[in-house]
Design a binder for this molecule. Structure first.
Ligand code: F6P
Length: 547
C-alpha cells in the first residue's frame, strides 16, 4: 500500500484544507439550517453532534475516501476475524471476541476461541456467585466483604473506571478497592481499611511479571500471612493472567486463577477475566450487560456505512485536525462525575495504542500520529483550564459527553449541568467579539477609551471545534458501548496512520533502566554508567538518604 501522505485522498485533503483555512462555522450554520441534522448521527442511546467542526460535506467525503484508501474495511475485517493485526508481536487483537456470542466459530491458530471465552466466563460467573452467595469464605470461615484488585495499566484502569462509573449499580458488598502504584502508600492505605479475615485479593496481571503488581502482591501476601498464616492464601488470593507458570511460582494455586489469552491487549482487557472486580462489585448481570453493550457497538462499527459509523466519524475527524490543522492535543470532557476516571482510561487506550512513530513499512512516519489526550469532568474543568480552550493560542479539538436524564434525586442541578455543557460548546463556536464587549463595557459605565483597552482581553475568538455525545443515562449497556466506541475510534486512526495500535514497545526502555539505577542508589555499589544528570541525581539521593 502507498504511504499515507501519497494517497490521492490525502493529497486532496491537503488542497481542501487550503480552501478551508478561513472556514467559519458560524457562517456555515447561518447559511445552512440543516447543518445540525446533516452532521449528526444516532446509534443506540447516542446522538453524536459533530456539526460544530471545521468541516463541510466535502471534507467528510474526502475523509471517508481516505479511510477507504487506507483499507479500513479490509483491516477492520482482519481484526474481527482474528488475523495477526498486531504484526510486531504476531498476534491477533480480539477483544471483540470477549464480548461476542458463543457462535459462529472463530479460529486463531486453528483453535476456535469462542468456547475458550465462554468457558472462562462460566468459571468467573460461578466464582462471583459463590462470593456473593457467601459460599466462598475466607480462611476463618467469614464471608468476603472487601476485594482489593492489585494491577496496573490495563489491569487497573479499565476495571477501576467501570466500577466508579457504575457505582450507583453496585451491590452493598463486597466493596472493591484498586491498588496500582509502586508507592507503598497506595497499598498501605488500602490495607488500613480492610480486615484480613474478610478480604479477597485479586492479582491482575496479563504477564505476571510487572514490577508494581508483583511488589504490591508480595506485600499484600506477607500482610495476610502475618495475620492469618500461610494456609490462608488459598482462600484470599486469586490471579487473573495469561501466565499459569508465573502464577503458580508466585504461590497462588492455579485453581484460583482465571485466564485470558495473548490476543487480548492489556488496555483492551476489562472484558476478560480482568473484569472480575467489576463483576464482584456490580453483580454478574451488569457485567454481562456491559459486554453486550460493547458487542452492539462492535456490530455497528463492523456493519454501518462510514457516513453513519460513530467510531469512523470520530476517528476521521481526529485525523482531520491532527494531520491537516496540526493540532497536538485532544480534550475529553464528560459532564458526568461518574465518568471521572474515563480520561485516565482513554489516555492509556489512545496514547499507548497510537503513540507511535514507525509505520507498517518499518520506517518512521512523516506525519503526526496519536494526540496527547487530556481532560476532566465538567463542570470542574470550566473552573480550571477551559480558559486555554477558549482564549489560548492553540486549536484544540474536543469531545463533550453528557447524559440527558438525571440519574439522581437532585433534578435541578442536572438541568444546570446540561446547560453548562451546551453553553461551553456554544461559547467555543460563537465566541464574543470586541465590538460586543466594548458596547457592554460602555453600557456598564466605562469610558470608551478604557473599554477599548480592556475589550481585547475579554474577546472569545470562537470558531473552535467540539463534538457533543449525548446518551440517555449512564447504565452498563451505555458504558460498554461508549468504551467500545473509543476503542474502535483509536483503531480507525491507527489504520489511517499505518501504525500498529496493539503493541507498546515504548514502555520497555524505562523498565530496563530502572534495575541498574536501583542498584546504584545503594552507596555500597558503584554508581555505574549513566549520563551526567542521572549520575548527579543518584549522588544527591545517596547523600540525602545517608543523612
Ligand atoms: O507497561 C505497560 C503495560 O504493559 C501495559 O500495556 C499493561 O496494561 C500494563 O503494563 C500492565 O501489564 P500486566 O497486566 O502484564 O501486569
Amino acid at each position: 500500500m502507498k504511504a499515507l501522505n501519497r494517497l490521492p485522498a490525502w493529497l486532496a485533503l491537503k488542497q481542501h484544507h487550503k480552501a478551508m483555512r478561513h472556514f467559519d462555522m458560524r457562517e456555515a450554520f447561518s447559511a445552512d439550517p440543516g447543518r445540525f441534522a446533516d452532521l449528526s448521527a444516532h446509534f443506540g442511546p447516542f446522538l453524536l453532534d459533530y456539526s460544530k467542526n471545521r468541516i463541510t460535506r466535502e471534507t467528510l467525503n474526502l475523509l471517508f475516501d481516505l479511510a477507504h484508501q487506507s483499507q479500513l474495511v479490509e483491516r477492520r475485517s482482519a481484526m474481527f476475524d482474528g488475523k495477526p493485526v498486531n504484526f510486531t508481536e504476531g498476534r491477533a487483537a480480539l477483544h471483540t471476541a470477549l464480548r461476542a456470542p458463543a457462535t459462529p466459530p472463530l479460529r486463531v491458530a486453528r483453535q476456535d476461541v469462542r468456547p475458550l471465552v465462554h468457558h472462562e466466563l462460566g468459571r468467573l460467573r460461578a466464582f462471583v456467585e459463590r462470593v456473593h452467595g457467601g459460599q466462598w469464605r475466607g480462611h476463618t470461615g467469614k464471608a468476603i466483604h472487601d476485594v482489593v484488585n492489585i494491577g496496573i495499566g490495563g489491569s487497573d484502569l479499565g476495571p477501576a473506571m467501570v466500577c466508579r462509573a457504575l457505582e450507583h449499580l453496585a451491590r452493598p458488598s463486597p466493596r472493591v478497592h484498586f491498588v496500582s502504584n509502586l508507592d507503598p502508600a497506595h497499598l498501605a492505605d488500602t490495607l488500613d481499611r480492610v480486615d484480613p479475615e474478610t478480604t479477597l485479593f485479586i492479582v491482575a496481571s496479563k504477564t505476571f511479571t510487572t514490577l508494581e503488581t508483583l511488589a504490591n502482591a508480595r506485600s499484600a501476601r506477607a500482610w495476610l500471612v502475618g495475620r492469618l498464616g500461610e494456609a490462608a492464601v488459598a482462600k484470599h488470593f486469586v490471579a487473573l493472567s495469561t501466565h499459569r507458570a508465573a502464577v503458580s511460582e508466585f504461590g497462588i494455586d492455579p485453581d484460583n486463577m482465571f485466564v485470558f489469552w495473548d490476543w487480548v491487549g492489556g488496555r483492551y482487557s476489562l472484558w476478560s477475566a480482568i473484569g472480575l472486580s467489576i463483576a464482584l462489585a456490580l453483580g454478574w448481570e451488569h457485567f454481562r450487560t456491559l459486554l453486550d453493550g460493547a458487542h452492539e457497538m462492535d456490530e455497528h462499527f463492523r456493519d454501518a456505512p462510514f457516513e453513519d459509523n460513530l467510531p469512523v466519524i470520530l476517528g476521521m475527524l481526529g485525523v482531520w485536525y491532527a494531520n491537516f490543522w496540526g493540532t497536538d492535543t485532544y480534550g475529553i470532557f464528560p459532564y458526568d462525575q461518574r465518568l471521572s476516571l474515563l480520561v485516565p482510561f482513554l489516555q492509556q487506550l489512545d496514547m499507548e495504542s497510537n503513540g507511535k512513530n514507525v509505520g507498517h513499512n518499518n520506517r518512521p512516519v512523516l506525519y503526526n500520529t496519536g494526540p496527547i489526550v487530556w481532560g476532566a469532568p465538567g463542570t470542574n474543568g470550566q473552573h480550571a483550564f477551559f480558559e486555554l480552550i477558549h482564549q489560548g493560542t492553540r486549536l484544540i479539538p474536543t469531545d463533550f459527553l453528557v447524559g440527558a436524564v438525571n440519574a439522581t434525586p437532585l433534578a435541578d442541578q442536572h438541568e444546570w449541568l446540561l446547560a453548562n455543557c451546551l453553553a461551553q460548546t456554544e461559547a467555543l463556536l460563537k465566541g464574543k467579539s470586541q465590538d460586543v464587549i466594548e458596547g457592554e463595557l460602555v453600557a456598564a459605565g466605562m469610558s470608551r477609551r478604557d473599554a477599548h483597552a480592556l475589550a481585547p482581553h475579554k474577546v472569545f475568538p470562537g470558531n473552535r471545534p467540539s463534538n457533543t455525545l449525548i446518551y440517555q443515562t449512564l447504565d452498563a449497556r451505555t458504558l460498554g458501548m461508549l468504551i467500545a466506541l473509543y476503542e474502535h475510534k483509536v483503531f480507525v486512526q491507527g489504520v489511517v496512520w499505518q501504525i500498529n495500535s496493539f503493541d507498546q514497545w515504548g514502555v520497555e526502555l524505562g523498565k530496563q533502566l530502572a534495575p541498574p539505577i536501583r542498584h546504584a542508589l545503594d552507596p555500597a555499589n558503584p554508581p555505574g554508567q549513566h549520563d551526567g544528570s542521572t549520575l548527579g541525581l543518584i549522588a544527591e539521593l545517596r547523600r540525602r538518604r545517608a543523612s
